[in-house]
Structure formats: structure tokens, C-alpha cells
Design a protein around this ligand. Sequence first.
Ligand SMILES: Nc1nc2c(ncn2[C@@H]2O[C@H](COP(=O)(O)OP(=O)(O)OP(=O)(O)O)[C@@H](O)[C@H]2O)c(=O)[nH]1
Ligand SMILES: [Mg+2]
Length: 336
Amino acid sequence: MNKKCSGCGVVLQIDKPEAIGYVEPNMYEKSRVCRRCFRLKFYGDYIFVDKSNGEYEEVLKEINNTGDLVIYMVDLFNISEELIYVDKLLNNQIILVLTKRDIIPKSVKDKKIIKKLEEYNLDVIDIISISSEKNYNLDKLYKLILKHKKSNNVYVVGNTNAGKSSFINKMMVNYSSNKSYITTSMLPSTTLDIMEIKLNDKLTLVDTPGLVEEGNVVDCYDYMTLKRIVPKKEIKPRTYQLDPKRCLLVENFAQIEYVEGGRNSFTLYLSNELNVKNEAIGLVLNVPKAKKETFIVEPGEDIVISGLGWIKIVDKAIVDIYVNEKIKVFKRKSII
Ligand SMILES: Nc1nc2c(ncn2[C@@H]2O[C@H](COP(=O)(O)OP(=O)(O)OP(=O)(O)O)[C@@H](O)[C@H]2O)c(=O)[nH]1
Ligand SMILES: [Mg+2]
């Protein structure tokens, strides 16, 4: 049987140094992980792998055939209406798990977030928010899984970077003597193939490669930049009372121009490390390779800059957003 990398699930090989799964021939017998996982873990050196979403759909089809319970992980920092996509492809029972709760302000109650998510009308048996980082609600989720599982196998699916592998690693710490941790990273497509992780006699969690979301900041900036952009701690929302013709500059990542409306309240949810300036409209454009998108925002809607954060505006407003042309900007129902 082919030996697989215990970090990302890919089959190990010794013939093609540029391809995934490579290990030095003299290391093959001893190695448990591929060179990519090794370098990522010990040197923070990331090798980009282009995964097609066609492969992802194939994985979901296989899961559909099993009828097993599915844990669908959605990053609270990155919620879009596309979250309905997985629900449409699977007939399995699904528990919707909102990850990285530690990043969202503590002042916002879980109940409120869950209620907002219920508005998407997903066909799920339960919704729970967790933090693998802070070990928050993992006991509760473990009990839910045991209650609803159809067999010992439970599948963990969701977008790339949702926190699937981090969750499974934490479950190993909490409920298993198996300590063969999976590779995790803030960059996309870390897990490359399905991996079955036997936690104990009751439960095997199956990790899967994530769906690659087009237009996220992770596709656009290098590792060092992303380290500042991607929030690691509880976000401190920043609120600005703005008249039209004012502009919020998020360093050279985003320029948010308030074009039309009355005096209005703009709250930014971003990494605390990013600096924001409140200026008059008419500045030289600060964002390299920018595109402009205009939004008419109604009360109860957010503007999301994919992976960078979001803006909540209290009253109706017309807003121009300038960001790098690769980054997706869209509106959604407010989650807070
Ligand atoms: N703040 C915070 N960060 C988290 C949490 N869980 C995961 N992360 C971070 O999110 C990033 C992605 O985590 P992974 O576990 O690799 O995500 P994944 O879903 O397995 O991603 P793929 O394998 O690419 O599909 C990493 O930088 C993790 O450290 C959490 O509970 N809180
Ligand atoms: Mg993973």
C-alpha cells in the first residue's frame, strides 16, 4: 500500500521533487511527512499547491454516498452566502460549526451570531460556535457528534483555512492517545487529501482538503503580509462617525469612500494590527493594482472584503471600495 503523509494526506513519492508528496529517496523509509509539510512546520516555508474545486466536489460526492455525519466548518471571519453551496451538495446530516470564535468580540453573544446564521435556512441539525485555539465549546461539540453520528466515521468539510485540521488536532489532544498531528497553516490548501484520524474506539474524524475560495486575501499577499492582515486575537471593532465625502484608509490594502448618505456610523472589523486613517475623499489612490466597486448598502448589511474583514454601516449609504483587483468584495446580511 502507498505510504501517505501524516501531515497533509498526500501519497509520498521519491521520483518528482517538484510534485506534491515528495521525500528524499534516502528518507522514504523513515519519513512520516512530505517535504512540503516538513518545510512548512519547521521553516514556515510554504509551497503553493493549485487545487481544483472539481476535486473538492468529488470528495463531497464520496461523502454523500456514505450517509455519515458531516461537520461543516465555516470561519466566522469569512462568512459569505456561498456557505449554502456545501449544504446543496450533501444529503448527509450536517452540524454547522462556526470556527475561530476567539477572533469575534466577546461582547457579541453566541446566540446572536447563531440566530443570524439561521437566516441562511441551511438544512443542518445544529449550529455551534467553537474556538480550537481557546478550546472553547469543544466538549459540547464532541457530545453532539457522539449523539448524532451514524457510524464511527465523521467527515469534516469546509473552505480552505476554515480550521478543520486545527480542530482535529485539538480533538486529538482532548480525546485521544493518537498524537500524529496534521499540518495546519494560514495559507490555502494545506491538507491535500482525505485523512482518517482515529481518535478512540468511538470516533474517527475524517479530514478533507478545503474548497478554495477565489478572491481571498490569501491569494494576493505574501506570507509576511498575511501575518499582519489575518487576525489572531479578538478583534476590537473600530467605529467612525462619517459625513459623506470622507474616506477610511486601511493602510494600502483598502480605501473605503463614503459617497452618498447622511451622517452615518461605519464600524470596521479588521486585524487590530492594521492602521486606519480617516481622511477627506480626493486623495491619491493608495492601493496598488486597485479596482473600484460601488455598493448601495441597506441597514442590516455588511460589506465584506474577503479575508481582510468587513464594514458594518448603520444607515443606507453609497460606498466606493478600492482594493487589489484580485480580491473579492461583496455584501451580505450582517452577522453581528
Ligand atoms: N484564532 C484562531 N485561529 C484558528 C483557529 N482554528 C484555526 N485557526 C487558524 O486558521 C488557519 C487555518 O487552519 P487549518 O486548520 O490549517 O485550516 P484547514 O481548514 O484545515 O485548511 P485546509 O487544510 O487548507 O483546507 C491557521 O492559521 C490556524 O492557526 C481558532 O480557533 N482560532
Ligand atoms: Mg487542513
